[in-house]
Ligand binder design. Structure first.
Ligand SMILES: Cc1cc2nc3c(=O)[nH]c(=O)nc-3n(C[C@H](O)[C@H](O)[C@H](O)COP(=O)(O)OP(=O)(O)OC[C@H]3O[C@@H](n4cnc5c(N)ncnc54)[C@H](O)[C@@H]3O)c2cc1C
Length: 619
């Protein structure tokens, strides 16, 4: 970095549309997603080069494997490692295949191998990775972010239109952006490592349980290497100091009475039962993903998985906003969709972590849980949650698949036999139509949208065609003959078999703003201009607000407590708009109501809660 004559800083790095901090699995996945959409991306990573070399997250869950298949990376992952067919709850295995033979498998692979495959793909797609480059600070304005860097040669800056912090649990981006990271402080510590043992334990018992350390793992993961995961009977004197071989040895001897001839370790670390969750995944042009946004214990094996899933939720949204075809508010849906997923994972992980700790009382609860999760319905619902297959975003409820992941149906296109995931390799939204009639209607509706969305006519022959279609994980769903699959694989719009085509809804789902199908028009049938007094009751009591709606020559405008609302749509007797509120917590709120004379009644919905409201006309 140099300072020019006028005091302006100049950078040795070209500005990028998106700067990603951190080349861990999440940053690398995000970089690939952005490159697939043609966005120029700069990844800055504080490590000198390559992967971490740490095996820490060996479990890729079923949804992560589906996502990697959606991007054509599944085969590279499956070339090594082994299938993960069981789903673990606090170390208790469940087998969803017993009840659904089509249940997709996860995969076991050391994290450094996953990182190697993700890095190769990101680089192949043209991502620029600057190694030995750490983010130290940031300054954002309404056009972008100036990212301050520490490099091998000193300091530098780079400008991006957006900055995404994928820089792990101690995220410098999160701290510099001022986003809070509240949670629970650690109470208990575990040591973890890949160990070389001269006197290894029996391989038939990879997990053990005792009164001193609770449930522990000592299992052979690769020829010559054993993975240890064991609670320290006492907290470390200084948890900030690196783990030593002596600490591992002492923990093993105190915990299980033997160090099994511990000779060396190629990786050692420590984790705790601290839990933290960013209050927001976005502050203006700065966003967070992966461990930078949520940290929890590895019990249940979720961290890397939800991080990768964050990346595929965010990548296409950034690309659509940068491309200009989607409004900025689309980026708010990243927090709205992903925050609740991590909140649930934190709860799950917290519960599971308690169950692996030592103690007779916990053992009793654990026994009860073993019985409960053996009940088929519980096995399936807990497995759906822990394997990431059960996520449903709030994209509507008129069909069982809306908001859920699109299953990988085997289909035939004009180019031959294929499957849905293969059609998603380009990370573009895709409309699939299943009948010639639907194909023609969708073609007509999508005129002018070819740059934003693919339309593929497919043939699908399920075993039972008439009453319902059986799809893995969800079971029977109502047949459909057109579906919009978002780049992250979630269903954003669906047309039940032989229904009329709701082109307005399809276009709205593609454009992420209210759209009008060609020729439909917007009708005004009520006199809802003027000021309304909104009243709703929150956990903190009754709240009042001012809503001002005006009809202009070009459409409707509105303010909520003086600030402009977005997405305002008034037609027939229905009203929707989006606003930001500060109380009882800062949130984006979607208001949906019905106007009847001088009153509006409806619901105000945030990602946290839905509240009924009523509004009375005041002027
Ligand atoms: C023992 C253990 C077992 C685990 N098992 C599982 C499992 O089975 N399944 C699972 O899903 N998860 C598991 N996890 C969690 C998983 O490892 C993490 O959730 C995952 O690595 C998060 O990826 P990330 O890219 O968000 O962050 P990280 O992997 O932490 O990557 C962050 C990157 O950012 C870089 N960085 C940091 N600061 C800066 C900066 N200021 N500037 C530039 N770069 C920076 C770092 O060098 C790093 O490369 C486990 C974790 C542990 C410790």
């Amino acid at each position: 970095m140099t300072t020019g004559a006028a005091g302006a800083t100049t950078s040795s790095l070209a500005p990028a549309a998106v700067v990603v901090a951190g080349a861990g699995p999440v940053g690398l996945m995000l970089a690939s997603e952005l490159r697939l959409a043609g966005i120029d991306v700069l990844v800055v990573e504080q490590r000198p080069t390559g992967t971490t070399g740490e095996s820490r997250a060996p479990g890729l869950n079923a949804r992560t494997m589906e996502i990697l298949d959606q991007r054509g990376m599944g085969a590279a992952i499956r070339a090594q490692g082994k299938p993960l067919s069981a789903v673990m709850f606090a170390g208790i295995p469940m087998d969803p295949h017993e009840h659904d033979p089509d249940w997709p498998d996860g995969w076991i692979l050391p994290q450094y191998e996953t990182e190697r495959i993700l890095a190769a793909r990101a680089i192949e797609l043209g991502a620029d990775i600057q190694w030995s480059t750490a983010v130290t600070g940031l300054v954002q304005d309404e056009r972008g972010v100036e990212v301050q860097l520490r490099t091998a040669n000193g300091t530098d800056v780079v400008r991006g239109q957006y900055l995404v912090g994928c820089d792990g649990g101690h995220s410098a981006v999160r701290k510099a952006s001022g986003i809070d990271f509240p949670g629970l402080a650690p109470e208990t510590w575990w040591v973890v490592g890949d160990l070389d043992l001269t006197d290894p334990p029996s391989e038939s018992q990879p997990f053990g349980f005792n009164d001193r350390v609770g449930r522990y793992q000592l299992s052979r993961t690769e020829p010559g290497w054993f993975r240890l995961n064991m609670m320290r009977p006492r907290p470390p004197e200084d948890p900030t100091q690196p783990v030593t071989l002596d600490e591992v040895r002492a923990t093993m001897i105190e915990g299980i009475g033997s160090d099994h001839g511990l000779r060396s370790a190629r990786w050692m670390s420590r984790w705790s039962d601290g839990f933290r969750h960013a209050t927001s995944y976005r502050n203006g042009r700065v966003l967070l993903a992966g461990d930078a946004a949520h940290t929890h214990t590895p019990i249940g094996g979720q961290g890397l998985n939800i991080g990768i899933q964050d990346a595929v939720n965010l990548g296409w949204k950034l690309a659509a906003v940068l491309d200009g075809h989607a409004p900025d508010e689309l980026l708010d849906t990243y927090h709205e969709e992903r925050w609740p997923v991590a909140a649930r994972v934190l709860t799950q992980s917290m519960g599971q972590t308690e169950l692996v700790k030592p103690g007779r009382r916990r053992e009793a609860i654990r026994d009860i849980f073993e019985d409960l999760i053996a009940v088929p319905e519980t096995t399936m619902s807990v497995s759906a949650e822990l394997s990431g297959l059960g996520v449903r975003y709030p994209l509507g409820d008129t069909h069982a698949l809306l908001g859920r992941r699109m299953p990988n149906l085997a289909v035939t296109t004009a180019a031959g036999a294929t499957d849905v995931f293969t059609l998603q390799h380009g990370a573009r939204p895709v409309v699939l139509t299943f009948t010639p009639e639907r194909r023609a209607a969708v073609d007509a509706a999508l005129q002018g949208w070819a740059a934003q969305v693919d339309h593929v006519a497919v043939e699908y022959r399920p075993d039972e065609r008439d009453a319902s279609w059986h799809v893995p994980v969800f079971g029977d769903v109502a047949p459909f003959d057109a579906v919009l699959v978002r780049p992250d694989g979630h269903v954003a719009w669906i047309a039940p078999m032989s229904s009329g085509l709701d082109a307005t809804a399809l276009l709205t789902a593609i454009a992420h703003r209210p759209m009008t199908a060609p020729g439909a028009g917007v009708v005004e049938v009520h006199p809802a201009t003027g000021r309304w007094q909104i009243c709703f009751t929150t956990p903190r009591g009754e709240q009042r607000a001012e809503l001002d709606l005006r009809r202009t020559a070009t459409g409707w405008t509105g303010t909520y407590n003086g600030a402009p609302v977005t997405g305002l749509d008034v037609r027939d007797s229905a009203l929707t708009f989006t606003s930001r509120v500060r109380e009882p917590f800062p949130a984006k709120v979607t208001w949906t109501g019905t106007i009847d004379g001088a009153t509006i009644t409806g619901t105000a919905k945030t990602s946290f809660m839905t509240l009924p409201f009523a509004a009375t006309k005041t002027a």
